[in-house]
Structures are given as C-alpha cells and as structure tokens.
Design a protein around this ligand. Structure first.
Ligand code: MG
Ligand code: ZN
Length: 195
C-alpha cells in the first residue's frame, strides 16, 4: 500500500467484459469463445503499465437463466486471466452478477453492488476508480459510486452534452488515454517546462 490516496494504490480501472474487453457473444458459455476486441490487449497493457489495478465487472445473467453453468463461468474467468497476462497485464479480480433482471438483485449493473464488493475486498475508494464499459448500465453503475466513467462506443459522439459518461472512446486504447487525461493530468510545471 502506498498509504496515500493519490498514489498508485488508488489507481483502479473497473472494466466491463462483453463488448469492452472481448467480443460480445450473447450467453457465451465456453472459454474458447473469448476473443479480444481490437485494441483491448494494448489498452489493458497501457493501464497496467501506469499502475492501474484492473478489475472485471460483468453482468452474466446467462447463469441465472440456466444457459451458463458455474463451472463454465470459472473456466472462462481462468482463460480471461491467461489472455490478459499474455497481453502483458494482470487482472486483480473478476466480479460477475449471475442474476436475471427479474431477480432484482443489488449487483446487476446499473446497480453498484459488484463495484462496492470489489472496493471492500480489494481495498480502494470507488470514487478514485474509473469505470469503462460499452453500455449505459456500466456508466450508470460508475456514476452511482462517484467513479469517473468512460464509454466504449463505435458511434461518433458529437457533443459532450449528449454523453452521460465523462469521456468516450472507440476501444480500450482510446479509453486508456481518456483515463490518463481524467485521472493523471500532466504535472503543470513539467508541462510548462516541456513547451
Ligand atoms: Mg458490455
Ligand atoms: Zn446480481
């Protein structure tokens, strides 16, 4: 622990899985079907190199619907960890909600339960974290805990007025750059000296 809220210990990226890290395959139930989206491996590595702890926060209602077994989910989590390590990064945790919307649980995004659980178990203040995801429910979950938010979107975002997130990016490389701008602005003094 750095023991200092502004230190590297405070850097946490809470990242959605499907449509953000890997190709969104509805109710994917097997590890072989996990495939990085363009820019994902590089974006994760950039965040890792800047000292961000990377935590996956994922809705997996296929479990509650009986489409994905717990064993299949565990196999996918193990494979995802391997893929991220092969990309030169590391996952500090994978948190998933197994419930369906009808369960009205407190962990299915946009509910913030998974983020709060990760914060308690991994020891960070959610307000220091950055949430990255491809859906409004990701952004909403982040906003509810006071985190910074970055939306992954293929659509061109014309004005920041129509954006509920703090920033938008086309992929995880762009999201990593947005995170650095939001959370690690250049030191004004060194910036001036660099002019
Ligand atoms: Mg998603
Ligand atoms: Zn849940």
């Amino acid at each position: 622990m750095s023991g200092d809220g502004d230190g590297a210990g405070a850097r946490v990226a809470l990242i959605d899985r499907d449509g953000t890290i890997v190709i969104d395959r509805v109710y994917l139930d097997n590890a072989a079907g996990l495939e990085f989206l363009p820019g994902a491996a590089e974006g994760l590595r950039l965040l890792h190199e800047r000292g961000y702890r990377l935590v996956v926060i994922s809705n997996q209602s296929g479990i509650g619907r009986g489409r994905i077994t717990r064993e299949q989910m565990q196999a996918m989590n193990a494979r995802l960890k391997e893929m991220v390590e092969a990309a030169g990064a590391r996952l500090a945790g994978i948190y998933f909600c197994p419930h369906t919307p009808e369960d009205h649980c407190s962990c299915r995004k946009p509910e913030p339960g998974l983020i709060l659980q990760a914060a308690a178990e991994l020891g960070f203040d959610p307000r220091d974290a950055v949430v990255i995801g491809d859906k409004d429910s990701d952004i909403e979950a982040g906003r509810r805990v006071g985190a910074a938010t970055v939306l992954i979107t293929a659509e061109k975002v014309l004005g920041s007025n129509d954006l509920s997130a703090d920033a938008a990016a086309a992929d995880l490389v762009g999201a990593a750059c947005a995170v650095f701008t939001l959370r690690d602005p250049p030191d004004p003094q060194s910036w001036q000296l660099g002019q």
